[in-house]
Ligand binder design. Structure first.
Ligand code: UD1
Length: 429
């Protein structure tokens, strides 16, 4: 298994290009199942999760093509792919594939809406809590699907197509909103989603669905109205920038010090996180096409944070922020309200010398003067990148094991950090 070696204590200086958002690219790729025409997606990141979903879509019969490079395109501008679901041969998504990537469960929505049936494996356990799919199933049932759970599979059918309905989510769910949007786009009549997720990735999916012929209003607000259409068409869409990758590198700079421009990204995708970073003492400015993050000399102020659905502070940046707070002047309280059991980075950060106490969903971080490098273990995607950030700021050498978690969600991580002066390398097993 590959490992990452970091020799810490070097400030970051330079530019980092931000990739397309993994969490937008995944539902956008799944939306290709809604039509027999070609969906062209640009700025798709090269990630293990994208490759896994490509395999899953291929198993359904979706044709996948990577478009050759165009003039001016570099490896850092993401890839353009074409997906064509004109010949869907199988509406079953098997356990061996779905268990490799949770979000692939969402294929249930377009398959059911377009073909009237889908059999999709339940995704199974996950390192960050139980992560159920009951609300996704509730949404499909409201739209008239008959659903059975059979031997670990969700078997969904409709007799005469899906029907528009009122879907009121008791809890904000990104996956539930994606599923409801895709299914309702091809349902008869009007659907109203209440308490919808407002995440930028939901807006990006809705924008693409609209290009594909869907009639959707209100994406980005808690109330989305969808007028179903009989068929959808192909389209071209560019995946929006990855706000979690943006926030992660911003926190890395805030922690190590230095001056970095994050390119091809937008501050409006992560205001809450950038506001909090400014409060910790980092200087954040918008520059054309990106965001500049600086911290020179000043100490890191301790700030309390609670994770919340968008526009609140994202749970996917909680681990990285905790890494930053381990070197703050004073005590910070970090509350995780979205997922249970999302504190697995705590004991690994402790191996670097961090002082963190857990009380239920609250982590109390006592800032220390310095961290010291050590061997640590990556446990999930966001937790592992928090160890990278901490390793960059720690004295001496940090060795991160099980880095396949990082490859799921961070494109060219070592190269992007190394170009800013970080001493980081991958040791291939
Ligand atoms: C998505 C993101 C993930 C992010 C999360 C919250 C992708 C591929 N993943 O995950 O990175 O951390 O949003 O911003 O986009 N819940 C239920 N029942 C359900 C569905 C969800 O109880 O049927 C609960 C979950 O356990 C959790 C909360 O709702 O407590 C939010 O989960 P949700 O927004 O659905 O997360 P995902 O879409 O899985």
């Amino acid at each position: 298994m590959d490992r990452i070696h970091i020799t810490g204590g070097v400030p970051l200086n330079g530019t980092i290009p931000i990739s397309g958002a993994k969490n937008a690219a995944l539902p956008l790729m799944i939306a290709s199942l809604l039509t027999g025409d070609t969906l062209e997606l640009a700025n798709v990141p090269r990630l293990a999760d994208i490759a896994a979903l490509t395999r899953i879509l291929g198993n359904h019969g979706v044709d996948h093509m990577v478009v050759g490079k165009r003039p001016g395109q570099t490896t850092e501008t993401g890839q353009t792919i074409r997906l064509t679901a004109s010949n869907v041969i199988d509406t079953t998504a098997p356990y061996e594939l779905v268990s490799t990537m949770r979000a692939s469960f969402w294929v249930v929505a377009p398959l059911l809406a377009r073909f009237g049936e889908a059999k999709v494996s339940l995704p199974g356990g996950c390192a960050i809590g139980t992560r159920p799919v009951d609300l996704l199933i509730m949404a499909l049932e409201k739209l008239g699907a008959q659903i059975e759970i059979d031997a670990g599979y969700v078997v969904a059918r409709t007799k005469n197509g899906l029907r528009g309905a009122e879907i009121d989510f008791p809890k904000v769910t990104v996956g539930g909103t994606h599923v409801a949007l895709m299914a309702a786009s091809l349902a008869y009549g009007t659907t109203v989603i209440s308490n919808a997720a407002r995440e930028p990735e939901v807006v990006d999916l809705a924008d693409c669905l609209i290009k594909m012929g869907a009639r959707i209003q209100g994406a980005g607000t808690p109330r989305i109205v969808i007028e179903g259409v009989a068929r959808m068409n192909g389209a071209r869409h560019e995946v929006l920038p990855d706000r979690i990758e943006t926030g992660t590198y911003a926190m890395a700079v805030a922690m190590t010090g230095g001056d970095v421009v994050l390119e091809n990204t937008r501050a409006d995708l992560l205001h809450s996180a950038l506001d909090i970073l400014s409060t910790t003492g980092a200087e954040i400015t918008q520059v054309p096409g990106g965001i500049r993050v600086r911290r020179n000399g000043a100490g890191i102020a301790a700030v309390d944070v609670t994770t919340d659905p968008f526009p609140g502070f994202p749970t996917d940046l909680q681990a990285q922020f905790m890494a930053l707070m381990t070197l703050a002047n004073g005590q910070s309280q970090i509350r995780e309200t979205i997922f249970e059991n999302r504190f697995m980075h705590v004991q690994e950060l402790a191996r670097l010398g961090a002082k963190i106490r857990l009380e239920g969903d609250l982590a109390i971080v006592e800032g220390v003067e310095r961290l010291k490098g050590a061997p640590v273990m990556a446990t999930d995607l966001r937790a592992s990148v928090s160890l990278v950030i901490a390793g960059l700021a720690a004295e001496g050498e940090t060795q991160i094991n099980r880095v396949y978690h990082l490859d799921r969600g961070f494109e060219a991580l070592e190269a992007k950090l190394a170009r800013c002066g970080a001493r980081i390398e991958r040791v291939r097993a």
